[in-house]
Design a protein around this ligand. Structure first.
Ligand SMILES: [Zn+2]
Length: 245
């Protein structure tokens, strides 16, 4: 058991180093991810607004053509007025002219509305573009920060990961999964030494003397009954922890 427990201590050492290295990045990776999500959202919004603007422009063009056609029609009726032979015909043509005029009025009203919408939309598009430029700048900065941090720790991390993989291969898978579970649940600290010759170095609860002796023998895997961490005899680490107190 002893070599295995010693290897567990080494594994914990590697994991503590890895955790320390990764903690340098803080929440930068999440920040970068968040900014990228925001960027795609803004780009999508911009795209939607630009499509809308295209539709407005198209409708404006069509409406202008329609007005032109109606005006042509009106001129035609206007000249027909000179050719009418009786009052009935005169009334009929006049009514057509009125209809056309009304139609032109409606189209012109819509055209003004469209021009207003067009302007509003252009303004909003400009605002979105400004927002996009700002966000792009922020994303670029954060990305650069993250990359330079990654570059700094990359080699060291790789070495540690290789060491870890070699070490892990020496254990029974069940033991590694127990270790990993504790590591995850206990904030990256799965293996702890006895401190002050009496207590769990994870939760500082005092242990029965019999337990302390068993742990000192390093012959079996013993978990703290209080916090669930693996307790080992490691004087060097224990004294460091005592000093830190
Ligand atoms: Zn404990």
């Amino acid at each position: 058991m002893r070599p295995l427990l010693d290897q567990l201590i080494s594994l914990q050492d590697i994991d503590s180093e890895l955790i320390k290295l990764r903690s340098i990045r803080g929440d930068l990776p999440q920040q970068v991810k968040r900014l990228q999500d925001e960027l795609s959202e803004i780009e999508e919004k911009l795209n939607t607004q630009e499509q809308k603007l295209l539709l407005f422009k198209k409708e404006q063009d069509i409406t202008k053509l329609e007005i032109k056609a109606l005006e042509g029609k009106q001129q035609k009726y206007q000249s027909q007025l000179f050719e009418v032979k009786n009052n009935r015909e005169y009334d009929a043509v006049t009514m057509e002219i009125e209809n056309v005029k009304e139609n032109v009025d409606q189209k012109e009203e819509r055209l003004l509305e469209l021009m207003d919408l067009d302007q509003e939309l252009q303004k909003s598009i400009e605002e979105i573009k400004t927002e996009l430029t700002e966000k792009k700048g922020q994303a670029k900065t954060k990305d650069g920060q993250l990359n330079s941090l990654l570059k700094k720790t990359e080699a060291e991390e790789k070495t540690l990961e290789e060491k870890r993989n070699k070490l892990v291969a020496l254990f029974q898978p069940r033991m590694i999964s127990t270790y990993n579970r504790i590591l995850k649940a206990k904030n990256g600290m799965a293996v702890v030494p006895i401190v002050r010759n009496c207590c769990c170095g994870g939760c500082y609860k005092s242990l029965p003397p019999q337990r302390v002796m068993e742990i000192r023998d390093m012959e079996q895997l013993i978990l703290c009954e209080n916090c669930g961490r693996i307790i080992v005899w490691d004087e060097e680490k224990a004294s460091k922890m005592d000093d830190a107190d």
